[in-house]
Design a binder for this molecule. Structure first.
Ligand code: CP
Length: 303
């Protein structure tokens, strides 16, 4: 496999290999070794057409930890604003002898499109409401780390499923690893196709939380929706937000996840997000090891 375009193009053996490789890099980093010389002859361009904090910084850090040469591109400060196309932008960057492109783009399928037009290895860092494969990998890896495995675990993904690339990639990854997955959120934010993926829909948050071992709380993707068909934020929080009172009323302690950025007080309160039940910052930490593993494994195909 030369590209990472989505979880749906992978197999369980690929996920197992990525996790084993991430285990190795995590162990190396835990010994305060800041850099390994693995990718000294590789140049990577991080090309971001959408805002990002976690994904962009952890890709850059992962690349630097592997000793790759790194260049960063933000559409907002580039000649895209003068009308340059995606293909022209990337071809110009590739002519500087770039081996791998990490691409975030608002359009679903942007990475797939690019992989058909350029010779570099493409890593999808989020394409519209389609997939965010490295997020799903680090999410599943974090569940594996906290609970000792993913197979047989019950995971509910809560919130704006309709516009979420995190939800779709998580569904693919978690099912591949043998977890049971439910989704929970308002009807207006639930895609019609979701049940065809083998996922059960639960509209009642309490019932979903009583069922699960892990709740992955998603943000409302304001930037991808027409707010006229959405419940108000106050209604949303009342029905689909989690707080300490709700969690303490369950008869077990579930693991709380969030891909970030968090809207504190909307989908999750601070006392939950910052509690021992939450593995939100573990997810961010694991993002570096997972992205090191992905880049290392893909680079072995282009060397
Ligand atoms: N989880 C995630 O993709 O965060 P960023 O948008 O900050 O990269």
């Amino acid at each position: 496999v030369k590209h990472l375009l989505g979880i749906k193009y992978l197999q369980k053996s690929d996920l197992d290999l990525i996790f084993e490789t991430a285990d190795h890099f995590k162990e190396v980093l835990s010994r305060s070794i800041k850099k390994v010389p693995s990718l000294r002859d590789i140049t990577i361009a991080n090309i971001f057409f959408e805002n990002s904090t976690r994904t962009r910084l952890s890709f850059e850090l992962a690349e630097k930890r592997l000793s790759a040469d790194v260049i960063n591109f933000s559409a907002g400060q580039s000649s895209v604003r003068k009308g340059e196309t995606l293909i022209d932008t990337v071809n110009n960057i590739l002519s500087m002898k770039v081996d791998m492109v990490v691409l975030r783009h608002p359009n679903a399928g942007a990475g797939i499109f690019l992989s058909n037009h350029v010779s570099a290895s493409i890593v999808n860092a989020g394409d519209g409401a389609h997939e965010h494969p490295t997020q799903a990998l680090l999410d599943a890896y974090s569940i594996r780390e906290r609970l000792g495995g993913v197979g047989g675990r019950k995971v509910v993904i809560v919130g704006d499923i309709l516009h979420s690339r995190v939800a779709l990639s998580n569904i693919f990854a978690l099912q591949m690893l043998g977890a049971e997955v439910k989704v929970c959120g308002p009807k207006t934010l639930m895609p019609k196709y979701v049940e065809s993926l083998g996922v059960q829909v639960e509209y009642n948050l309490r019932k979903a939380l009583e069922w699960c071992d892990v709740a992955n709380m998603l943000r409302i993707q304001n930037e991808r929706m027409d707010m006229s068909y959405f419940p108000t934020l106050r209604e949303y929080t009342k029905q689909y937000g989690i707080d300490r009172v709700l969690l303490d009323s369950l008869d077990k302690e579930i693991v709380i996840m969030h891909p970030g950025p968090i809207n504190r007080g909307v989908e999750i309160t601070s006392d939950v997000a910052d509690s021992d039940q939450s593995i939100i910052l573990n997810q961010v930490e694991n993002g570096v090891a997972i992205r090191m593993a992905v880049i290392y494994l893909l680079a072995s195909k282009i060397k």
